[in-house]
Ligand binder design. Sequence first.
Ligand SMILES: [Zn+2]
Length: 234
Amino acid sequence: MKLKSTTCCIIILLLVLSIFTIPTKVYSKDQKLIYLTFDDGPGYNVTENILDILKSENVKATFFVIGSKIPGRESTLNRMKSEGHSIGLHTYSHEYRKIYKNNESFINEMNAAGNTIKNVTGISSKIIRFPSGSNGHMNEALLNELHSMNYKVFDWNLCLSDGINHNTPVSKLYREGTEKCVNPSRIFLLAHCGAENKNTCTVLPQIIKYYKNLGYEFRPITDTTPEYHFRISK
Ligand SMILES: [Zn+2]
């Protein structure tokens, strides 16, 4: 009889525990986010093509734009905004010698890109991406300074090699975009949308389909997105 009641207690305890643990499990299993990010725009045809694809797939993304590319392409920038995408800063000139001369130059470049975006769209963007990534370019002092100006740094954990070689075959881009990610519940995928990135347009619908089939939610990076950057160099 004693054994029976003990068993009964254990079963009840397990049932109670399972009620409390099930929602947590479901939540973490469901939490599959992907942030599609496109650097080096706005360009004419490619950026517009990417916007067309995102629209027909009903997916929102983030564009880290170069300030000096904006004049003459204001309508593309405004299209990003009106269609619900995020616009981030990717420096004004994208010239490494200039932007990485010192911390002050880097901040000036980001501010200049931010001012241009604000003048065109009215958006005060605080999300930034270092050209070629923060790795080796960001130290603690720079990060603190960026934070004091409310900037948030976003690197990536999955990337297409379309920024290194514009002619990377579509099949290779697909493999890169669907590789196992170090953080599969929160993917930041880097791609490019400069004028020469035509293969990126071809592969994009396939990559979107892949993540849709896996149940991923597509999100644009916003001011409230938790920051994501590479390890800071000493
Ligand atoms: Zn870039």
